[in-house]
Design a protein around this ligand. Structure first.
Ligand code: ATP
Ligand code: MG
Length: 336
């Protein structure tokens, strides 16, 4: 029987899976719902089904992500979730000794945290597990020639991490990571609305506001109505939120992102630094879709900012290349 090769990004916001010869076979929100019964919590559902329950139930159902800041924080739930997805893909347990899993993980993980990802794959039956820094995958997804002697700075702004790295000759020569991302912005928006409007909105609404009207243009007049509850009277209401609100609630996050980019650049040798200045900075990950980001970063950093059309899928697109090109995998592993 031929070997099955799967590439998995078990990200803070999404789980994406690619399969050799088939491309993307699954993308789901990285969420698990558990249900309370007789004082115990039981696994209830995963992915989009779990997301649909967010802010919709009482405290008998709890919805959460088993990954935070790029790190597995609940192994039993991560295993439950991955098993569900592999069942959906009909990857049978008895086929697992013939399955190789290549996982894209954050560069910042320490040995113990990396071991957890290996354990996760082994727990679903895989025998052959390889971890690859996700920023390498993102660079490949952005069509960067990572083998060239031409340093490139890439920043992946995801749901739970910001990974910043300079890559040259298949190697990460400098890098920095923040355990913060778009998901943190959703809770920041909920807090901001609570303070400013004395009203409660759900994190799902906050995410929608950020994605639909969020903008870094100071004069953006976009606005959107969401369901809310008045905190004083406890009555439901429609609340109009503006692009300026979203900016006010979230712009400090970009100070952190800019700080790690500057710190990374300041540690480079003059030769590498001149490559980076000439090539500009590639931005990817879900948050790269924020309206006005290119201009905002260009003005703050004084460098060219590159954001491609598929920048939100950079990691999984790059992983797909690795899964389909064995020689590329070998070159990356040789230089890790
Ligand atoms: N248009 C948009 N504007 C702002 N943020 C967006 C937009 N579209 C998606 N996002 C945010 O991007 C985040 C998801 O990014 P991504 O898919 O890269 O995460 P991930 O790979 O699962 O997480 P990580 O790599 O950090 O573990 C979410 O917080 C989502 O709300
Ligand atoms: Mg990611």
């Amino acid at each position: 029987m031929a070997k099955t090769v799967l590439g998995i990004e078990f990200g803070s916001s999404y789980v994406s899976i690619v399969k050799h010869g088939e491309g993307m076979v699954l993308k789901q929100s990285n969420l698990v719902a558990v249900k309370k019964q007789n004082n115990n919590y039981y696994n209830y559902c995963v992915g989009e089904k779990a997301k649909n329950l967010l802010d919709k139930t009482d405290d008998r159902i709890v919805v959460f992500s088993p990954v935070n800041g790029g790190e597995i924080i609940s192994m039993p739930h991560a295993i439950y979730e991955l098993k569900e997805y592999l069942n959906q893909l009909e990857v049978k347990r008895n086929m697992f000794n013939k399955t190789q899993i290549i996982l894209a993980v954050s560069t910042a993980l320490n040995k113990e945290e990396k071991k957890k990802y290996i354990e996760l794959c082994e727990s679903v039956g895989a025998k052959d597990v390889i971890l690859i820094p996700k920023i390498i995958c993102s660079a490949l997804g952005e069509n960067i020639n990572i083998g060239a002697n031409n340093a490139r700075l890439i920043v992946d702004i995801g749901g739970g991490t910001v990974d910043c790295a300079v890559i040259n000759l298949y190697t990460i020569i400098e890098g920095s990571t923040l355990a913060l991302g778009g998901r943190n912005l959703d809770t920041t928006i909920v807090d901001y609305v609570k303070q400013k409007y004395n009203a409660l909105i759900g994190v799902k609404s906050a995410q929608l506001l950020k994605e639909q009207i969020g903008s870094l243009y100071p004069n953006d007049g976009a606005e959107m109505e969401v369901n809310a509850v008045d905190i004083t009277t406890n009555t439901p209401l429609f609340l109009k939120i503006t692009a300026k609100d979203i900016f006010e609630a979230t712009y400090l996050f970009l100070d952190e992102v800019i700080k790690i980019i500057k710190t990374t650049i300041n540690t480079l040798s003059p030769e590498i630094s001149s490559d980076v200045v000439r090539n500009g900075i590639t931005i990817c990950g879900g948050y790269s879709k924020m309206v006005g980001l290119e201009k905002y970063l260009r003005q703050k950093l004084g460098l060219n900012i590159l954001i491609s059309d598929n920048s939100e899928s950079a990691t999984i697109n790059g992983l797909n290349k690795i899964v389909n090109q064995h020689d590329l995998l070998e070159k990356i592993l040789l230089n890790l």
